[in-house]
Design a protein around this ligand. Structure first.
Ligand SMILES: [Fe+2]
Ligand SMILES: [Fe+2]
Length: 236
């Protein structure tokens, strides 16, 4: 789907979940200023509308789905996971927290119960993911890279400080399961990320952002559970 200059920011934010983040980054207000056309809004801020549209279109094509990661080295895949999926969490989780706070203060009186439930599950998921990605980046991924480097140089690597690489992998897999359960719970609480009819643009952006988080996290966990981790176990 192509974006035209005459489409409004509100329409674009609704049709392309990835657009919300890009518009926010450019200071293009899709919420209160959502009725402005992309071309006009970009002109006001001295931006090139074609560049903004192009960025949204390519972000919406779906993340790393295009490459066959089975053919890559484990080191390349680990770097890709960190650059793409861990950095995504690093920017998205605080943004979603801020959106959730905003929606709770505006709609707490009417939708308090649902928003409380979302906040409870989301806050626990955020804490767990922040710790989880740190463990992968500081312990497991560097170890996998070292094993691959040792093999490329035809030498046997040093013994793992944690016994076998299967130990941290099982720990990470357990945490993936818990994250998957939290996502399923969020989907249930939000009725499949369907905002109520009275939801404002930020409310809608919160649901769209949570759904994008789910999509990205599913792909992220798939790359680790099904490609990176089995590859590391074979290598050992
Ligand atoms: Fe990860
Ligand atoms: Fe992970």
């Amino acid at each position: 789907m192509r974006i035209s200059n005459t489409q409004t920011l509100g329409e674009i934010a609704g049709a392309f979940p990835a657009a919300v983040r890009i518009l926010e980054d450019r200071g293009l207000d899709f919420c209160c200023g959502g009725k402005l056309a992309l071309g006009d809004a970009c002109r006001q801020r001295g931006l090139d509308p074609a560049a903004v549209a192009g960025e949204i279109e390519s972000a919406s094509e779906g993340p790393s789905g295009t490459r066959d990661w089975r053919a890559a080295t484990l080191t390349e895949l680990a770097h890709h996971i960190v650059d793409r999926h861990h950095r995504f969490l690093e920017t998205e989780l605080p943004r979603l927290s801020a959106r959730l706070d905003k929606v709770r203060s505006a709609h707490g009186a009417r939708d308090g119960e649902v928003l409380e439930q979302i906040a409870k599950v989301f806050d626990a998921l955020r804490d767990e993911l922040e710790l989880h990605t740190r463990k992968e980046e500081m312990v497991l991924f560097p170890w996998i890279e070292r094993m691959e480097e040792a093999r490329a140089q035809h030498r046997s690597g040093a013994p793992a400080p944690f016994g076998t690489v299967a130990n941290p992998i099982h720990c990470m897999e357990g945490e993936h399961e818990s994250a998957g359960a939290a996502l399923a719970e969020l989907r249930r609480i939000t009725s499949g990320y369907t905002p109520p009819a009275h939801a404002c643009a930020t409310y809608r952006a919160l649901y769209a952002g949570l759904e994008e988080l789910e999509r990205d996290l599913h792909l992220h966990i798939h790359l680790e559970n099904n490609i990176l981790f089995p590859g590391a176990m074979r290598l050992e």
